[in-house]
Ligand binder design. Structure first.
Ligand code: ATP
Ligand code: MG
Length: 422
């Protein structure tokens, strides 16, 4: 089945509300092996909605509409479906009575306008909504099935699971879709694309896609098959080929995050962790403490923002700061060693840098990261583009990756190139 999603609401067009429902629907349908091919946003306008529904009817087997089922004047999804399919609106006395009881049970009188929620295009089935008052609708037309669901994300999610996914998964047949995400760090998206150019398949089975997020590049492999075992078999050779080609750039698979990997490495080795952060102000510690169970390995952090704290709490020798400046590899190394000693940790990650907007000693975007391990302490200088927040975020991710490399007994190889990671 070909599925089309229509998200309804002028607030979505204006950007006042982020269209998270489209992402929820996309994820759930993909997990169920259902082929979503179109997804669009329409304002609260009757004629445009009718046109969008008619277009969807012409090219899809199933339409999932979200939003516009409420009781106010701008909620017109029922009317639009009725016009687009030439089915008059009917009124469900039974549902109206149920709405009245719902209000009464809360000791309130129901506004007359709520009766609108008992209307439905002829032939539609009203689907009970366990999380709200507006029922969802399911309408079978000649060529397609239309689902209309409320816009409230929590209601939408429940109704998708209850009604939409089971119906569409069944109609889609036995097919399953399996995706594998290979996560890399250290090279640009374009460079990864070049490295994989001969393995790249846009439309094959399996297919390949690239996704870039905060310094990490993901490669998604997707396969369709009748069972998940068959899909896995299709993905396996391509997955190994990609991993072999990218080598140490690959740091994880699927949902594994870099902080989980660092946590896992520490636990495996029986090492404890700490951070000493200047420019990132605790962001590295914050990421590490996101991992459930991080108390098993995480000792603590010193946000050594002012030079005095670097001297007093981390024991950075004043002479090193005088000779090299605060934003320097010797200072980062002294910070990491100092944090390991002060906090009693086996591994300490330190950050010092010039995040901007005003340069501090070094040009904006010059960030120094050091990692202390029981074996050695190493530092790396990065030159990062972008504004203060971007520099801080990328540095945080970078610090976690350098910790991963140091803890695995690796470090960058070859010529250290500024702004490159491994
Ligand atoms: P209600 O009965 O609550 O009025 P409804 O079907 O009329 O439901 P809307 O009025 O369109 O839904 O939206 C209700 C709430 O859900 C609003 O807070 C809106 O911002 C949010 N919402 C609507 N559509 C989306 C969407 N596509 N993604 C995320 N949130 C959404
Ligand atoms: Mg509404």
């Amino acid at each position: 089945v070909i599925v089309e999603v229509l998200a309804v609401g002028t607030e979505l067009l204006l950007g006042h509300t982020v269209n998270t429902n489209a992402a929820t629907i996309g994820t759930k349908l993909a997990d169920a092996g259902v082929d979503l091919q179109y997804s669009s946003v329409i304002g609260d306008d009757h004629d445009r909605m009718v046109a969008a529904i008619r277009l969807a009817l012409s090219r899809a087997d199933a339409i999932v509409i979200t939003g516009g089922l409420g009781p106010t004047q701008d909620d017109i999804t029922r009317e639009a479906i009725s016009s687009a399919t030439d089915r008059p609106l009917r009124f469900s006395d039974e549902y109206a009575a149920r709405l009245k009881r719902w209000w009464e049970s809360r000791g309130r009188e129901m506004p007359e306008s709520n009766l609108k929620q008992a209307e439905y295009p002829e032939g539609a089935v009203l689907l009970d909504n366990p999380k709200g008052t507006a029922p969802a609708l399911q309408l079978e037309t000649d060529g397609a099935v239309i689902f209309a669901l409320p816009g409230v994300p929590a209601e939408l999610e429940v109704l998708l699971d209850l009604y939409v996914v089971p119906v569409l998964a069944e109609r889609a047949g036995e097919g399953v879709v399996v995706s594998r995400v290979i996560r890399t760090y250290g090279e640009s998206e374009s460079r990864i694309g070049e490295l994989l150019s001969d393995l790249y398949v846009a439309k094959g089975n399996p297919s390949m896609a690239f996704l870039a997020t905060a310094a990490e590049i993901k490669i998604r492999l997707t396969a369709h098959a009748s069972t998940s075992d068959d899909a896995e078999r299709l993905i396996a050779p391509l997955e190994s080929a990609v991993k072999e080609r990218l080598g140490r750039l690959v740091f994880g698979t699927d949902a594994e995050t870099i902080e989980e990997i660092v946590f896992g490495l520490a636990r495996e080795r029986g090492w404890t962790l700490a951070t000493a952060e200047s420019a990132t102000g605790g962001m590295v510690a914050s990421r590490l403490t996101k991992v459930p169970g991080s108390s098993q390995v995480f000792r603590g952090a010193i946000v050594a923002y002012h030079e005095d704290i670097k001297l007093m709490n981390l024991g950075v020798p004043a002479g090193i700061i005088e000779t090299h400046g605060v934003v320097s590899e010797p200072v980062a190394i002294a910070m990491a060693d100092g944090a390991a000693a002060a906090l009693g940790a086996d591994v300490a990650i330190s950050v010092t840098g010039s995040a901007g907007p005003d340069p501090q000693e070094q040009p904006v975007g010059t960030m120094v990261i050091a990692v202390h391990t029981p074996e050695q302490t190493m530092a790396r200088t990065l030159t990062l583009p972008g504004d203060r927040e971007r520099v801080r975020t990328y540095t945080t991710t970078g610090a976690l990756h350098l910790a991963r490399l140091a803890m695995s007994g690796e470090w960058w190889s070859g010529q250290p190139r500024r702004g490159r990671w491994v």
